[in-house]
Design a protein around this ligand. Structure first.
Ligand code: 5FR
Length: 300
């Protein structure tokens, strides 16, 4: 990614109404603003020749001033572009113009599990099984490719029109060589595992920890270590200080306890989670109606 002239802080990016991908001779019409995250603003982009609508992440080059920022972005794209799985957001293209870097991605029209959580709080156990099982299928695919996502959270679990879950945002992802333990993590994961806090080296188990937090929130309506301050939350994580509500079913409680084990090597692998009795211990829908985004479903 080539350098751009420095610019004043925090101004929204100048995004042209027509965005051209010169290499592929494709022109996109900028649509509505979808949201922002990190350095990126996201818009609906309409491919002028095919009419296809995609999610376009726009990062002003003026925000990528340091080489390590450009390298991080390049690594995010290099990892993400190789992936192809029904529970992983598809990355289509990556291109730039003098002002911005653009990444075109699979549009997930029903936003993410974060918005569903804010609207519904705790969901039913069949819904929690349905969503978590798809997240685990995506994590299994990544771990088989020796990729750790490292920032699994509700806001990165996107939903398409069929409420299929798609893991997105590979901004903190990395690849593991052999049995190495990663020593550094540039960024702050939302559901951060104790071994990352204690800087003891970390690996695939951090994603299992995050899936444990996600299942906990879906079933009980709030994060396991939620506190008033970040320091308090980190202290609770370090002390593994959380409780499972008494109304939890035994298979759910047992699986969450194993995924939130403070000792990473005692946590189940993605394969073991995928086969866990929790997913067989009750009804798991094969699809969900979009009404689930706003109200408790009545299963037949
Ligand atoms: C139609 O599809 C979407 C709609 C909306 C939406 O309705 N956002 C509204 C826009 C108006 N404001 C006032 C409220 C949020 C939000 C996201 C959509 N889809 C959508 C958004 C997507 C993706 C796929 N699909 C991917 C991949 N990355 N991003 C992405 C990227 C960034 Cl930088 C920021 C955000 C916003 C945070 C979030 N988790 O929603 C999302």
């Amino acid at each position: 990614v080539s350098k751009a002239p420095p610019r004043k802080e925090k101004a929204p990016p100048e995004v042209p109404a027509l965005i051209t991908d010169k290499e592929r001779n494709t022109i996109y019409e900028k649509g509505r603003f979808l949201g922002k995250g990190g350095f990126a603003h996201c818009y609906e982009l309409k491919n002028r020749s095919t009419g296809e609508i995609v999610a376009g992440k726009v990062v002003p080059k003026s925000m990528l001033v340091k080489q390590y920022q450009r390298d991080k972005m390049t690594q995010e794209v290099q990892i993400h572009r190789e992936l192809s799985h029904p529970n992983i957001v598809k990355l289509f293209n990556f291109f730039e113009d003098p002002l911005n870097v653009y990444i075109t991605l699979e549009l997930c029209a029903r936003r993410s599990l974060m918005e569903l959580h804010k609207r519904r709080r705790a969901v039913t156990e069949p819904e929690a099984r349905y969503f978590t099982h798809q997240v685990v299928e995506g994590v299994l695919y990544l771990h088989d490719l020796r990729i750790i996502h490292r920032d699994m959270k509700l806001g990165n679990l996107f939903l398409n029109d069929d409420l299929v879950v798609k893991i997105g945002d590979f901004g903190l992802a990395t690849t593991v060589d052999g049995d190495e333990r990663k020593k550094t993590l540039c960024g702050t994961p939302n559901y951060i595992a104790p071994e990352v806090l204690n800087k003891m080296g970390h690996s695939f188990e951090v994603d299992i920890w995050a899936v444990g937090c996600i299942l906990y929130i879906l079933l009980f309506g709030q994060p396991p270590f939620e506190s008033k301050s970040l320091e308090e939350t980190y202290s609770r994580i370090r002390h593994n200080n959380y409780t499972i509500p008494s109304n939890a079913t035994p298979p759910a409680a047992a699986l969450i306890r194993r995924m939130l084990d403070p000792e990473p090597t005692r946590r189940p692998t993605a394969k073991q989670v995928h086969r866990d009795i929790f997913f067989k211990s009750g009804f798991m829908p094969t699809r969900l109606p979009v009404s689930c985004l706003t109200m408790v479903p009545k299963f037949g």
